[in-house]
Design a protein around this ligand. Structure first.
Ligand code: AVI
Length: 349
């Protein structure tokens, strides 16, 4: 574990181990390319260039998600801050932490804010945003954690009541089983008075959903194609961009956007560092990510299965996006003490 102090109020803790991460990414890539629908882990999207492209996506007119979420947070941040009484705002997958500022402002105004704990896989993005937040909030200590929200939640600092935020509908990029595991981990790490705040994109008109991922400037396509560039660079692969077309389409059965590339013709690709020769049929898809869209009842059910309770559910004025304030299930706060069979028998006798 590496630690570094850049300026007195910023601490950057690196939980990722590069060699370990690379080994597990290569392993997941190998497995994904052998799945029924060939797939590349979405982590490949977020190299330095990809992170910049994603920032650009968040400003696209078609990509409504961050603006809708900001509208909700502007309206509700004060209520959230009052309810959460948080000394620390923890943000999972923080990136440039744009919408977190709305929460930081409100928690600061509530008078409880001491620390901001952003967690992100990208060290570079995190260091820059940690510095920017420290400069903008002179009374706040920033403890940035370079890590993965699926693996490093257990390492989050616990000194003082936390509000744990997972914004931007990033939860929608997890498959249902991963999401279940993630929510169960959140439930297990929340203290009874701590809150989890999650932003989710909602099911809506298909044309609007598809245009959010098929923007007219082609930024999302470049973002997704950048994965092939990364695979060629890092694994010595021979993916040829010309042989693939970009595709982002609504899958009504799973209620997710299916995002990736499709082989225009039958051909093979070699990936020497994975010792793999891969045959693509004409029209065969290569998935890069899914982006699930939610319905309230479904989300509440998933939360309940993970022993979480949705206390508030706010949407923007257009009903496009929702922010949910979630707590551990009340009945888990004081689990009933096991009464032995012998004592029960005596009591009922
Ligand atoms: C990060 N995540 C919430 C984005 C999404 O909408 O699923 C990633 C993205 N992919 C293409 N555009 C945006």
């Amino acid at each position: 574990m590496l630690s570094g102090v850049i300026e007195p109020r910023v601490r950057v803790e690196v939980l990722r181990d590069e060699a370990d991460d690379r080994a597990s990414l290569y392993d997941a890539t190998f497995r994904g390319l052998h799945a029924e629908v060939k797939e590349v882990p979405a982590v490949w999207l977020y190299d330095e260039r990809g992170s910049g492209l994603y920032e650009e996506i968040t400003r696209l007119p078609e990509y409504y998600l961050p603006r809708r979420e900001a509208e909700i947070l502007r309206d509700r941040a004060a209520v959230i801050a009052k309810r959460a009484q948080a000394r620390a705002l923890v943000e999972l997958g923080a990136g440039t932490a744009k919408n977190s500022r709305l929460l930081l402002d409100a928690i600061e105004a509530e008078g409880t804010l001491e620390r901001f704990v952003p967690l992100d896989v990208s060290e570079q993005v995190l260091r820059a945003s940690a510095q920017a937040i420290a400069a903008a909030y002179p009374r706040v200590f920033v403890h940035a954690i370079v890590g993965d929200f699926e693996r490093h939640l257990g390492a989050l600092p616990r000194n003082g009541r936390r509000l744990i935020a997972f914004l931007g509908s990033t939860i929608g990029n997890l498959y249902p089983d991963q999401r279940g595991r993630f929510l169960r981990t959140i439930a297990s790490m929340l203290a009874p008075d701590e809150a989890f705040l999650v932003g989710v994109d909602l099911v809506k008109d298909v044309a609007r959903l598809e245009s959010a991922y098929n923007d007219s400037r082609g930024v999302t396509e470049t973002f997704v194609r950048n994965v092939l560039t990364g695979l060629n660079r890092e694994l010595g692969a021979t993916f040829d961009q010309q042989r693939f077309v970009y595709e982002a389409r609504w899958d009504p059965d799973h209620e997710w956007m299916d995002i990736g590339l499709r082989a225009g013709q039958a051909h093979s690709v070699s990936i020497p560092r994975l010792e793999l020769d891969l045959a693509f049929e004409e029209g065969e898809p290569l998935r890069v990510e899914i982006s699930t869209k939610f319905r309230r009842e479904q989300f509440e059910l998933e939360a309940a299965r993970a022993r979480l309770r949705v206390e508030s559910w706010w949407t923007d004025s257009a009903g496009d996006f929702a922010v949910a304030l979630v707590f551990r299930h009340a009945s888990d706060d004081n689990p009933p003490r096991a009464v032995s069979f012998e004592r029960r028998r005596r009591r009922t006798a």
